[in-house]
Design a protein around this ligand. Structure first.
Ligand code: ADP
Ligand code: F6P
Length: 327
């Protein structure tokens, strides 16, 4: 028999579309399974500041379609200290919370693992980040929506790029992860994609663009991930222009609009499945696991394995395909 009577759920780190649908799933799955559930506001900061409230089925009505997170999110450096964690633990105990479900990225998962080890509180993580950079899942919550947002923007830029015969550098999010750049780049028909995980020589990029021009391309689109080692899209555009001035060149930084918006159908379904799986896992006695989807099957991976034993792998074939399809 499970000792768990009350679950605490929170969102932490960068927000991602689908977090609300996931909170809804956690709250309603918990209640369905006879548990109480509390929402912790602003992630770890809410634990420290005792910003915790009991939730019921109606607390999560009419949120399945909303971007952002009704529980708010935050980054909280104090939680990384012994004193911060202790305060968080005292507040969790006072709220009678027996187990936690954390929705967030790898930083959130690292914090959850440490907290669980230190205080013996069961924890299940749900990968919620537009960056798609967690091991143990093919897709994180929010990634699909963010890609859809980006390709809508690329499509619009393509219209004007084509009309004016221009070269556009479009910067997308991903400080450490090139996943959005890669997927949106191939779906948006980009000529080249620059990623944090790969060194792209500016000269190679120029020769690619030169070949396009020789091949009668009147406009071109290059996707630059925010964390690319050449710098942001402005730096890359400037260096390209110094040596290759064939096109009129423009830069667009998409920025935080990529993090907002109504979640796609794919993200909503994922959120519903992840939330239910997390509650079920806690009741089955699991702890320090991350829920994921692999080959359309929900799987658990230990946080230790997900955070320490694997390097996240890019979809290499997509990079290759971009070279082939952009001739
Ligand atoms: P994300 O979860 O999106 O990767 P962050 O990396 O900012 O976002 O992490 C979110 C929060 O998780 C941090 O603000 C901090 O409170 C907590 N956290 C991150 N790394 C650790 C760590 N090593 N130990 C304890 N807490 C951490
Ligand atoms: O949520 C992930 C992410 O969007 C990264 O790709 C980006 O570098 C970062 O968050 C920016 O976050 P913030 O502006 O909240 O610091």
């Amino acid at each position: 028999m499970s000792e768990i009577k009350k679950i605490g759920v929170f969102t932490s780190g960068g927000d991602a579309p689908g977090m609300n649908a996931c909170i809804r799933s956690v709250v309603r799955s918990s209640i369905y399974m006879g548990l109480e559930v509390a929402g912790i506001y602003q992630g770890y900061r809410g634990m420290l500041e005792n910003n915790i409230t009991d939730m019921n089925s109606r607390s999560v009505s009419n949120i399945i379609h909303l971007g952002g997170t009704i529980l708010k999110t935050a980054r909280c450096n104090e939680f990384k200290t012994d004193e911060g964690m202790e305060l968080a633990y005292q507040n969790i105990k006072a709220a009678n919370i027996d187990a936690l479900i954390a929705i967030g990225g790898d930083g959130t998962a690292k914090g959850a693992e440490k907290f669980s080890i230190k205080y013996g509180i069961p924890v299940i993580c749900i990968p919620g980040t537009i960056d798609n950079d967690l091991y143990g899942t093919d897709f994180t919550l929010g990634f699909d929506t963010a890609n859809n947002t980006v390709i809508q923007a690329i499509d619009k830029i393509r219209d004007t790029a084509n009309s004016h015969d221009r070269l556009f550098f479009i910067e997308v999010m991903g400080r450490d992860s090139g996943c959005i750049a890669l997927r949106s780049g191939i779906a948006g028909g980009a000529e080249a994609i620059l990623l944090p995980e790969r060194d792209t020589a500016i000269d190679d990029l120029i020769s690619k663009l030169e070949k396009g021009a020789q091949n009668k391309k009147s406009s071109s689109i290059v996707i630059v991930a925010e964390g690319d080692k050449n710098g942001g899209a402005y730096d890359v555009a400037k260096r390209v222009k110094e040596k290759f001035n064939y096109y009129d060149t423009k830069v667009t930084i998409l920025g935080h609009l990529q993090r907002g918006g109504s979640p796609s159908s794919t993200d909503r379904v994922l959120a519903c499945r992840f939330g239910y799986a997390a509650v079920k896992a806690l009741l089955a006695g699991e702890t320090r696991q991350i829920v994921g989807i692999r080959g359309n099957t929900i799987k658990l991976t230990s946080l230790y394995e997900a955070l320490n034993l694997h390097e996240f792998k890019l979809e290499e074939d997509l990079l290759e395909l971009t070279h082939i399809l952009s001739i």
